[in-house]
Design a protein around this ligand. Structure first.
Ligand code: RUQ
Ligand code: CUA
Ligand code: CA
Length: 635
C-alpha cells in the first residue's frame, strides 16, 4: 500500500479531459503515477471537493445501544473462506451468531453429526467461499424464510432456514465452475435463486478441447428455492460476475468482465466495454416448456438453454469496463452496473427491457445514464430518497449520488448529481443499506465492507482483519460512526429489519432436520423422548440417550472394541437457551443438542478402556458433573 506522505503522490499524470471535477480531484489526491488498482489507499486523506467532514446533521440515528437493548436490524454476513455465515446486530455491530455452512465447526458439530453430513452431501471436507447472502422475498420484501449463500470454491448454493438458523440444503451446481454472484427472484416471490458461474470451461470438461479457448463457456443457473434443484441453466457469452433481479419477476441481469473470453489478465482488460447480460425469465421458462433445451452429460435432469449472442432469451448491453456489482434500485425502475475499471456507473432503465426484447430498441438504448462517480466503483446501495451509494475501491470512498440528477446530467442538463463523498478505511468492496435491496429500503444505515483495515485496529500479525464500517445515512450527510473488524473477507452482508425475522426459541419434535434420525429410532423400536437404550446390530451399535440438565439419561454405556457407535441424544429440556452438548474425550466427537432437538454422531470405538463423555455447553451449576463413561471392552 502507498504512503500518503510519499512525495511521488504529487507526481500525477494529466487528468482525463472528460473527467468531472471531483474525479480529477480524486485522481490528483490518490493516484500515484503508475499506481496499480491495488495501489492507492485512501489513508484518510482529505476526501474530495464535495466531501466536508460530517458534523452531526439534524435527524441522525442514535448510535449507542445500552446494555440489554436489542438491535433494530439483523445483519447477515458472509464469512468468505471461513465458509460460514454470521449474524451481527446492527447498529451495535455485535456478532450474535455463526452459522456453519461449508465449513466444519467443532462447537456445534457441523460436519461431524449425521444430520449435518446429510446436508453437506457427505462431503464435510470440502472447503467453502461464501460471498453473497440474500434472503427470500415475497412481493419484493423480505419474508424471513430462508437465506441463500454461494460457495465459489466448490460451486455450490446453500440454504439457511431462518427459524432455526441452520443450513438445511446444499446444492452442487453441475456443469460449471465457481458460483459467484447470487441473488433471489424478488417478485412475485422467490421461486428461483439466481447463481452466476464465473469461469468459462470446456464442455465436456474431460481433458479434450482444452486448447479451444474460444469454445469455453459458462452458465447462469436458476435454483428452485423450495426443492433446491437446479431448474435451468443458460449458456452465455463471456463470463458472469454479479447478478440481481427486477421487481416484476421477469428479468435477471448479470455483469460480465470478460467479454473478451480471455484466460489471462491482460486479455480480459483489452476491450473498453464488456457487458451486462439480461435474462428473460418468462422466455426461458417457455423455451423449456416447449422442449427447446438440451442436457449435458452428468446432469440429465437439468435443462440447458443457449443464451449466447443472438438468442431471444437474453440481451447483451455493452457497458464499461470489467463491470462488477449489479444492483437494482428499490424504485424497481433502474439497475446499476458498477464500472470497476471505468470511473462510471451505468444506469439501466428496466422499463425499456420489454421493448429491447421485442426488437424495438437497441441494447444501448436502455442506458438511462452513464456517469462518473470516482475510481474503482464496485457496488451500489440505495436509500428511500432516490440516492445511490457507490463504493470506490481505489479512492477509498463512498460516493453518494442522486439517481434522477444523474439521469438529467447524462441527458446534458447542468445539474450536480454527486451529493457527498465520504472517506472509508480502506478500499471498500460491497456496501449495503438497511432493507436496501427490497421495496422496504429505509435509508437509515449503510455498511461499507472495506477490504483493508491497515492501521484501524491493534495489529495481530501479518494477517489483518477487514473493516466493516457503519455509516449513518439518515441525515443529509453520511456520517461514519463505527469500525467493525471482520475475519476472512466477508465480501457482502444484508441488513434485515428485526420485524421480518422470527427465529424459533426451541426445536419442535417433528423438525425435518432430524427426521432421518427419528426414522432410524422408530425402526429400532426406540421412543426418542423417553428411552435410554443400546441397540446392537452386528458390529453397529446405536446408543439412544436423553438429556435433562445436568444429566444424560445414561451415565455409562458399553460397546466392544471395533464397533461403529452411533450416539443419538434427545434434549428434553424445554427451557429456552438450555443447550447441551456431547463430547467423547480423545475421539473427535462433539455436537450441540438444542432444547427439544435430537442430534446424532457416528464414530469407531477402537481403544479398549474407559472413555469419558461430557456436556460441552454450560447448562447448569452441575454442568461439570454432566458426564458419563463409554466402556469399550476388548475384542
Ligand atoms: S464480489 S467486492 Cu464476490 Cu460480491 Cu464484489
Ligand atoms: Cu448439559 Cu452442560
Ligand atoms: Ca473486460
Amino acid at each position: 500500500m502507498i504512503d500518503p506522505k510519499d512525495p511521488k503522490l504529487g507526481d500525477i499524470q494529466p487528468d482525463d479531459e472528460n473527467a468531472s471535477e471531483h474525479v480529477r480531484f480524486s485522481r490528483r489526491l490518490f493516484l500515484g503515477s503508475g499506481a496499480a488498482l491495488m495501489g492507492a489507499a485512501g489513508m484518510g486523506l482529505g476526501g474530495s471537493l464535495v466531501s466536508t467532514p460530517a458534523k452531526a446533521a439534524e435527524g441522525h440515528n442514535a448510535v449507542a445501544l445500552a446494555p440489554g437493548e436489542l438491535d433494530e436490524y439483523y445483519g447477515f454476513w458472509s464469512g468468505g473462506h471461513s465458509g460460514e455465515v454470521r449474524i451481527l446486530g446492527v447498529p451495535s455491530m455485535r456478532e450474535l451468531m455463526r452459522i456453519p455452512v461449508f465449513n466444519i465447526d467443532s462447537a456445534t458439530g457441523w460436519g461431524l453429526t449425521n444430520e449435518s453430513k446429510e446436508v453437506l452431501n457427505h462431503k464435510p471436507w470440502l472447503t467453502g467461499d461464501c460471498h453473497h447472502p440474500h434472503m427470500s422475498m415475497t412481493d419484493g420484501k423480505y419474508d424471513g424464510k430462508y437465506v441463500f449463500i454461494n460457495d465459489k470454491a466448490n460451486s455450490r448454493v446453500a440454504r439457511i432456514r431462518c427459524d432455526i438458523m441452520k443450513t438445511d440444503k446444499i446444492t452442487e451446481i453441475p456443469n460449471v465452475q465457481a458460483i459467484h454472484g447470487l441473488r433471489v427472484q424478488k417478485v412475485p416471490y422467490t421461486k428461483y435463486v439466481f447463481a452466476n458461474a464465473e469461469y468459462r470451461i470446456p464442455h465436456p470438461n474431460d481433458g479434450t478441447g482444452m486448447d479451444a479457448i474460444d469454445k469455453y463457456y459458462t452458465m447462469f443457473s436458476a435454483v428452485d428455492a423450495e426443492s433446491m434443484k437446479v431448474a435451468f441453466q443458460v449458456i452465455v457469452d463471456g463470463n458472469l460476475d454479479n447478478t440481481d433481479a427486477d421487481y416484476s419477476g421477469k428479468y435477471a441481469f448479470s455483469t460480465c468482465y470478460n467479454t473478451e473470453g480471455a484466460v489471462d489478465l491482460a486479455g480480459s482488460m483489452r476491450l473498453e466495454r464488456d457487458h451486462v447480460v439480461i435474462f428473460n425469465i418468462e422466455r426461458i421458462e417457455a423455451a423449456i416448456k416447449a422442449g427447446n433445451y438440451q442436457t449435458l452429460p452428468g446432469a440429465d435432469d437439468v435443462p440447458v438453454v443457449d443464451g449466447r449472442t443472438g438468442s431471444e432469451l437474453t440481451a447483451y448491453v455493452p457497458v464499461p469496463k470489467n463491470p462488477h456489482g449489479m444492483n437494482t434500485a428499490p424504485d424497481g425502475r433502474y439497475a446499476v452496473a458498477n464500472g470497476k475499471l471505468s470511473p462510471t456507473v451505468t444506469v439501466l432503465d428496466i422499463q425499456k427491457f420489454d421493448d429491447l426484447f421485442d426488437g424495438k430498441l437497441q441494447p444501448r438504448d436502455v442506458v438511462a445514464a452513464e456517469v462518473e462517480v470516482g475510481l474503482g466503483p464496485l457496488h451500489t446501495a440505495f436509500d428511500n430518497r432516490g440516492n445511490a451509494y457507490t463504493t470506490l475501491f481505489i479512492d477509498s470512498q463512498i460516493c453518494k449520488w442522486n439517481l434522477e440528477n444523474a439521469i438529467k446530467a447524462y441527458q446534458g442538463e447542468q445539474v450536480e448529481y454527486i451529493v457527498q463523498k465520504l472517506d472509508v478505511h480502506y478500499q471498500p468492496g460491497h456496501n449495503h443499506t438497511t432493507m436496501g435491496e427490497t421495496r422496504d429500503a429505509d435509508g437509515k444505515w449503510l455498511i461499507s465492507l472495506c477490504k483493508f483495515s491497515k492501521d484501524r485496529f491493534l495489529p495481530c500479525g501479518p494477517l489483518h482483519a477487514e473493516n466493516d464500517q457503519l455509516i449513518d445515512i439518515s441525515g443529509d450527510e453520511m456520517k461514519l460512526v463505527h469500525d467493525g473488524p471482520t475475519y476472512a473477507e466477508p465480501h457482502d452482508c444484508m441488513l434485515v429489519h428485526r420485524s421480518k425475522v422470527k427465529p424459533a426459541k426451541l426445536w419442535t419434535r417433528d423438525d425435518p432436520y432430524f427426521a432421518k434420525t427419528a426414522e432410524m429410532a422408530k425402526q429400532d423400536g426406540v421412543t426418542l423422548e423417553k428411552d435410554n437404550k443400546v441397540i446392537r446390530d452386528g458390529n453397529k451399535v446405536r446408543v439412544y440417550m436423553t438429556s435433562v440438565a445436568p444429566a444424560y439419561g445414561m451415565d455409562r454405556f458399553t460397546v466392544k472394541q471395533g464397533d461403529e457407535v452411533t450416539v443419538v441424544i434427545t434434549n428434553l429440556d424445554q427451557i429456552e437457551d438450555v443447550t447441551h452438548g456431547f463430547c467423547v474425550v480423545n475421539h473427535g466427537v462433539q455436537m450441540e443438542i438444542g432444547p427439544q432437538q435430537t442430534a446424532s454422531i457416528t464414530f469407531k470405538a477402537e481403544q479398549p478402556g474407559v472413555h469419558w463423555y461430557y456436556c460441552n455447553w454450560f447448562c447448569h451449576a452441575l454442568h461439570m458433573e454432566m458426564r458419563g463413561r463409554m466402556i469399550v471392552e476388548k475384542a
